[in-house]
Structures are given as C-alpha cells and as structure tokens.
Design a protein around this ligand. Structure first.
Ligand code: AP5
Ligand code: MG
Ligand code: ZN
Length: 215
C-alpha cells in the first residue's frame, strides 16, 4: 500500500503516518524527519536545508526529489510506504508520478488531514518532537509517559526551531500557496481521501483505517 499524507503543517500528518506505518508494517518516510536528522548530524544537506526550514520556507525541489526517489528504492519499501511531507509542490508530485510510472507503480491513496489554520497555531506551541526517531507528542493532547523522553525510543524531546508562532504563520502561507494545489492534483488522479483532523487523534486514525480498508 502506497500512501501520501497531505495537510497543513501541524495537521497531524506525522502522528497519523506513524500509526499507519505500525498497523500496516510499512515504513514511515518523512522528508522533514530526514532533514532534521541531517541537521543534527551537520551534513551538507542539513546545512542547506536548515536555511529554508528556519524561515518556514520549502527546501528547493532539487534537494528533495532525488532523496525521496532513492529512499523508495530501498528494500523495506517494496510492499509500500507512507510518505509524510512529500510531495509538497506540483513539481514534486509530478516527479513522483513519473518515477513510479517508470516502474509500473502508482500511489494508492492521498489522505488529506483537514485542520483549519486557527487550530494549528494552538497545537504547534505544545508540540514536542523526538530528535532520534521523529516521534511527535503534545504536552496536552498526547503527552509522553516521562516528561521530555520519547515513549518509543527513549530519545530526547525538543521544541522544533520552526514551531515559533511567526514561523508557523509563514509555513501556513507557504502551505496554502504551494502545497494546497496538490489536493486538486490528487482529486483529478482519483485517489484523494479527506479526513477531519480536528477530532481526537485516535478518532482521526479510525477514519483513516476505514478509508484504507475501502469502507
Ligand atoms: P515537516 O517536518 O514535514 O513539517 P510540516 O509539514 O510543517 O508538518 P509538521 O511536522 O509540522 O506537522 P504534522 O502534520 O506532521 O503534525 P504532527 O503530527 O506533528 O517539514 C518541516 C520543514 O522541512 C518544511 O517547512 C520545509 O522547510 C522542509 N520540508 C520537508 N519536506 C519538504 C518537501 N517535500 N519539500 C520542500 N521542503 C520540505 O502534529 C502536530 C501537533 O499536534 C503534535 O504536537 C501532535 O501531538 C498534535 N496533534 C496531532 N493530531 C492531533 C489531534 N487530532 N488532536 C490534537 N492534537 C493533535
Ligand atoms: Mg510532521
Ligand atoms: Zn523517539
């Protein structure tokens, strides 16, 4: 099963992608997590990406596309994957469609997690992210068992640099301008599924499971 998660920053793409990956035993591939891991390791890619990410802007397509296409060729992606944060622009979506076409494959579902901007700002200030595995928590809506420590891997939790309110605002405008058009793109492809992302995260997940099981 090949799945794309769409939705505004903070809509819950990462939260849901992790649950999907576990339930269906497919890898969760998050471009944001890949960039953050590179920033942590201070790689050349990380240094380049950080400049854009800290301003709430998108990393240029040419730094993203090959990275993802290569990742999808790995063994663990044979039976599918859940892509979180990619594609994010029409050129990225087209590059993905073409790369998959070339090997006779296609994406099965594009799931749009719908949350209005007002709720996003509230969520981001309480978010904590694991630097090791990319796990996301919320101090109120999804707390860890031990404060500051990731439930899944014991890694350290941080407040992301791009979760400052002014940067979140910028990320939202970038989303509306460059990423929202993908909703039309995947509607035309006939694979768009919308779920309400404002309800409890377990309820959002149940809705997604319904979609994925064809109900
Ligand atoms: P990325 O890491 O993808 O960030 P994003 O899209 O801005 O999305 P977030 O990770 O902030 O939100 P999310 O939807 O995953 O929400 P989460 O589950 O954490 O990208 C970061 C940056 O990298 C980009 O700005 C860009 O610069 C660059 N980049 C990445 N990919 C790129 C690409 N393809 N091209 C170019 N540049 C790229 O949930 C948010 C919070 O809400 C959490 O605290 C969570 O616990 C809580 N929550 C979740 N669901 C619920 C719920 N139902 N109710 C209450 N709280 C909830
Ligand atoms: Mg995320
Ligand atoms: Zn972790």
């Amino acid at each position: 099963m090949k799945i794309i998660m769409l939705g505004a920053p903070g809509a819950g793409k990462g939260t849901q992608a992790k649950k999907i990956a576990e339930k269906y035993s497919i890898p969760h591939i998050s471009t944001g997590d890949i960039f953050r891991a590179n920033i942590k390791e201070n790689t050349e890619l990380g240094q380049k990406a950080k400049v854009y990410m800290d301003q709430g802007l998108l990393v240029p397509d040419e730094l993203v596309v090959d990275l993802v296409v290569d990742r999808l060729k790995k063994d663990d992606a044979k039976n599918g994957y859940v892509l979180d944060g990619f594609p994010r622009t029409i050129p990225q979506a087209e590059a993905l469609t073409n790369a998959l076409n070339a090997i006779g494959e296609k994406v099965d579902y594009a799931i749009d997690v719908d949350v209005p901007d007002e709720s996003i700002i509230r969520r981001m200030s309480g978010r904590r992210a694991c630097v090791s595995c990319g796990g996301t928590y919320h101090i109120r809506y999804n707390p860890t068992k031990v404060e500051g420590v990731c439930d899944a891997c014991g890694g350290e939790l941080i407040l992301r640099d791009d979760d400052k309110p002014e940067t979140v605002q910028q990320r939202l405008s970038v989303y509306h301008e460059q990423t929202q058009p993908l909703i039309d793109y995947y509607t035309k492809e006939g694979i768009l599924k919308e779920v309400d992302g404002t309800v409890d995260l377990d309820v959002v997940f149940q809705e997604i499971v319904k979609v994925l099981s064809g109900n």
